[in-house]
Ligand binder design. Structure first.
Ligand code: HSE
Length: 328
């Protein structure tokens, strides 16, 4: 399988490193970052590109853009891992459209385009007979979409509840365990590299709400938008409120939930018993799926990180290899 990789930040580098290290029958024929690009239809020397990026800050030639790679390289799958823009989805949205229009499969970790244009992009993929996969957008390494579409495919999903933002979970954990202020805990989370470029997206619940929109549209296909989510963040959470909660057997977590039978679609800090499966420490994420046959299934794992996110992306590429039958 030949792939083009667009975006060489922490996730893109993780994907390139893992393809290089694991040699899973995937050849990179095009690569681009925000400043440069490279096309080699016989296969790119990944180690040399990563070294060039590390030393010179670029991955290829300055005269070659991401759009050039998408429109001109020979590949089967576009891996789109550029930074998220939740307001416009661009430039990722145009990259994805261009690849789908060329009848190329697309794998992305980019939340913006999926939250904004899921139906359009799915329809475009279907029309062109290609796959459009986005496992890495929700829950990092946790195989949520694979579980929904494969393992639970005979089930009706009745409700979902999750901890979908590692930054908020980290902040609450640190405030409770060490008595840190909200500001101190947020600074730590940013230093760890988990927060979004603009951490308001994390702490105001927007990132978790975007992930909830992606999940709800995937599961129920009802075309909801970010503005449909009732959203409260953790930015007003005080150490006193947390201490009060923790005096009993409870604590507070930022919970994203969708319960269609009760018309609930919200992200908010919730009082929750300490033994509950969604009470996780640090940057972990979790999702409980309430179903008719399997009853409750809770998936827990790393919600972000370079190699962890690469795990989800590789899973999507290999899914395409297995279902569309092509390895380099
Ligand atoms: N900022 C996000 C989080 C990163 O903290 O969960 C992963 O989407």
């Amino acid at each position: 399988m030949k792939v083009a990789l667009i975006g060489l930040g922490s996730v893109g580098r993780g994907v390139a490193e893992m393809i290089h290290k694991k040699n899973p029958g995937i050849t990179i024929t095009g690569i681009a970052d925000s400043k440069s690009g490279l096309i080699s239809n016989g296969g790119i020397d990944i180690a040399a590109v990563l070294e060039n990026k590390r030393v010179n800050g670029i991955c290829g030639e300055v005269g070659i853009s991401a759009t050039d790679v998408i429109k001109k390289a020979e590949y089967d799958v576009l891996i789109e891992v550029t930074p998220t823009n939740a307001l416009t989805g661009e430039p990722a949205l145009d990259y994805i459209r261009a690849a789908l229009e060329r009848k190329k499969h697309v794998v992305t970790s980019n939340k913006g385009p999926i939250a904004l244009a899921y139906h359009e992009l799915s329809a475009l993929a279907k029309k062109n007979g290609v796959a459009f996969r986005y496992e890495a957008t929700v829950g990092g390494a946790i195989p949520i979409m694979h579980t929904i579409e494969d393992g639970l495919s005979g089930n009706e999903i009745l409700a979902i509840y999750g901890v979908l933002n590692g930054t908020c979970n980290y902040i609450i954990t640190r405030m409770a365990a060490e008595g840190l202020t909200y500001e101190q805990a947020l600074m730590e989370a940013r230093e760890l590299g988990y927060a979004e470029a603009d951490p308001t997206y994390d702490v105001k619940g927007i990132d978790a709400a975007i992930k909830l929109v992606i999940l709800v549209n995937t599961i129920w296909g009802n075309g909801i938008k970010l503005s449909d989510v009732d959203m409260t963040g953790i930015d007003l959470l005080t150490p006193d409120a947390l201490r009060l909660a923790e005096e009993g057997d409870s604590t507070i977590r930022l919970i994203a939930e969708a319960i269609p039978r009760k018309k609930i679609l919200r992200v908010s800090p919730r009082l929750i018993e300490k033994g509950h499966p969604l009470v996780l420490e640090g940057t972990l994420n979790a999702l409980t799926l309430e179903t008719d046959m399997a009853k409750e299934i809770t998936l827990i794992g790393k919600g972000a990180g370079s190699i962890e996110t690469a795990s989800a992306i590789l899973g999507d590429i290999l899914y395409i290899c297995n279902h569309y039958g092509k390895r380099a």
